[in-house]
Ligand binder design. Structure first.
Ligand code: HAS
Ligand code: CU1
Length: 573
């Protein structure tokens, strides 16, 4: 029986190469994570507190940007090829974007790591959010720009494949996995415009000394315009696996294909006009704009709540097919020995908690309590650090046999590894959330502050620290086991065992659902209108207050109609 690697050997190479880069980044990034967890908690300090920020930048960039997005491009290449059942339109284009992304990521990593060596005149201690006033060496921004352009080309590759398919299949519904990839990429194109402008127009000229100053609030706002949708760019590959693979692993079928399409359309529409919820505490943005961002964010909960319903319903259907009974008794009938299933299910379970802490963040007034505290890293280690990362590791156990033709080296090690991740994260992120509520700051190597004691209602600061150190250690060990298992699989010889790569049809298929769901041009148009509505006034006001390049010193926090007219007149020349 043939599988993906036999049908599409060239595409398999790309998927394998993308995953390989992702896993190298995962290994290094996780190691930096261990160093930080032990440093912050004062358990073990092997680097100086000054180098902490270099390592923190490396940790964030390598894991949140390189690992996640390289996995994404590998997974999406597999998904588009498989669901359209046709090879890449031109494999040279495919290798070109892979090459560009890899070169860009390497430049970024070199710029960051050079910070550890005083003899090299290069550093990029700007954290993974890289907005001004922190400044990196130009190589960092140039690498970043290459990486992003590489993702744009990858998207073009998948759209070309879709266009060829459409030519031969007029009137047919877009296969679900391809639909997910295309909507995600449209969202990505819209979102990355913000960071592209920020990097190319402001940060690169500024880091090269071509302009003296930038408007920090403007680069921050452009960053967060992109910085929120990127979290869904990380999440959508996980959702693709939860919708199309997890139901099968559970022994059943996806509950509803149309509902899955609605969810991806909602993400396309709502992911971008919310970025200001990262800036509730920024002076210089009027409260009204923050309120609009909050309202949009609350609407954006809907697609994830729909996902919780659909995915759990599909799992329950699977469990009942396997003989599960009762209100909750069916849970026991799920295939808990399968690392791919268990990893994804635990990732989903933790996302329920991470989504809840996201709701807390999103409330404008409650945000004042948690912003810039350890609560926020607690939140994102549950979301990107578990919902996404654990799903990607679990998904690997399912994908690897298809793209290599080889059996996973050890399923028990896989199972141990995914459970260890979950347990480690329970310790670490729970303690981080609690620490944040006490006011322990994020992004500092010295969170203890002299002559100041954080007051705890339950437990103690020492206990919180120990949980973070223990959790961080378990997470690192889990990555070591994962990488070992993957490397051992790759190194094995291929045997003639059949690979189970069949994905069953959904219970409720796309045929009866409104055709408008597949109208990508319509959704793109609405998404752009929403972005224009949410961002025109705030950006005009920020530029009006302090100039495009931060020339004026003023910082009023409101925008008047009179002022707006002046700004628009100014922009029009
Ligand atoms: Fe967030 C900050 C709000 C989701 C990532 N977020 C961050 C940062 C990151 C991040 C990295 O409004 C920090 C950025 C920085 O460095 O400063 N976030 C939200 C909201 C959501 C949300 C409302 N975040 C995510 C996701 C992320 C992510 C997803 C990455 C992948 N976040 C915020 C806000 C801030 C923020 C503010 C700024 C904080 C500040 O002050 O700085 C929502 O999308 C969440 C919706 C989720 C749900 C959960 C649904 C449950 C599901 C589980 C189903 C169960 C299954 C398994 C499948 C409503 C889908 C069942 C298993 C069985 C066994 C039955
Ligand atoms: Cu966000």
């Amino acid at each position: 029986m043939s599988t993906f690697v036999d049908d599409y050997p060239e595409e398999s190479k790309i998927v394998q190469a993308s995953l390989a880069v992702a896993f190298v980044a995962l290994g290094i990034g996780a190691f930096f994570g261990l160093i930080q967890a032990l440093h912050r908690t004062n358990v073990l300090r092997i680097f100086s507190s000054v180098d902490y920020y270099t390592l923190l930048t490396g940790h964030g960039v390598l894991l949140a940007i390189v690992f996640t997005i390289f996995f994404l491009v590998g997974l999406f290449t597999w998904a588009v090829t498989k669901s359209l059942d046709r090879p890449a339109p031109d494999i040279r284009l495919t290798w070109a974007w892979f090459g560009l992304m890899t070169t860009g990521a390497t430049l970024v990593a070199v710029a960051i790591l050079s910070g550890l060596f005083p003899s090299i005149p290069m550093s990029a201690d700007v954290l993974y959010t890289f907005y001004a006033p922190l400044q990196a060496h130009p190589v960092f921004y140039i690498g970043l720009a290459m990486f992003i352009v590489g993702t744009w080309m990858a998207g073009a590759d998948w759209f070309l494949a879709y266009r060829e398919w459409r030519g031969e299949n007029p009137g047919e519904r877009i296969p679900l996995q391809t639909f997910m990839v295309l909507t995600t990429m449209i969202m990505w194109y819209i979102a990355t415009l913000g960071v592209a402008v920020s990097v190319v127009v402001f940060l690169i000229p500024w880091s090269m000394g071509l302009v003296d100053s930038v408007n920090p609030l403007l680069t921050r706002t452009l960053f967060w315009y992109f910085g929120h949708p990127i979290v869904y760019f990380w999440l959508m590959p996980a959702y693709l696996l939860w919708y199309t693979v997890l139901p099968k692993l559970a022994g059943g079928r996806l509950f509803s294909d149309p509902l899955a399409r609605v969810v991806f359309v909602l993400f396309l529409l709502l992911s971008t006009p919310v970025g200001i919820h990262h800036q509730y505490l920024d002076p210089g943005i009027a409260e009204g704009f923050k309120f609009i961002a909050m309202t949009n964010t609350m609407f954006l909960l809907l697609p994830s709540l729909l996902t919780a319903f659909t995915v759990v319903a599909s799992m329950e259907h699977g469990a009942r097919q396997r003989g599960g009974e009762g209100y909750l008794g069916w849970l026991g009938a799920l295939p808990w020995r399968d690392p791919a299933f268990t990893g994804m299910a635990l990732a989903g379970l933790m996302f329920a908690a991470g989504g809840f802490s996201g709701m807390v963040n999103a409330g404008m007034n409650i945000n004042y309590l948690v912003h810039n505290t350890l609560w926020v890293p607690g939140h994102f280690h549950m979301t990107v650090g578990t919902a996404v990362a654990l799903t990607m590791m679990a998904g690997t156990y399912w994908l690897l046999p298809q793209i290599t033709g080889k059996k996973v080296y050890s399923r028990p090690i896989g199972l141990l590894q995914v459970v260890m991740w979950f347990v480690g994260m329970v310790f670490m992120s729970n303690a981080m959330h609690r620490g944040g509520l006490l006011g322990i700051p994020r992004r500092t190597a010295e969170p203890q502050y002299t002559n100041f004691d954080f007051v705890t209602a339950v437990g103690s600061i020492g206990e919180i620290r120990m949980q973070i150190a223990l959790g961080g250690t378990l997470l690192f060990l889990s990555v070591v086991l994962f990488l070992f298992n993957v490397a051992a699989t790759w190194a094995d010889d291929r045997t003639e065992t059949p690979v189970d790569d069949y994905l069953p049809e959904p219970l409720s298929g796309p045929s009866g659902s409104p055709v408008v769901l597949d109208n990508l041009a319509l959704w793109t148009g609405i998404a752009i209108v929403l972005v224009v509505l949410a961002y025109t006034l705030p950006l005009a006001s920020i530029i009006g207050d302090a100039g495009l390049f931060g020339s004026s010193g003023g910082f009023p926090a409101t925008v008047t109609l009179d002022g707006l007219v002046r700004i628009i007149a100014g922009v029009m020349g």
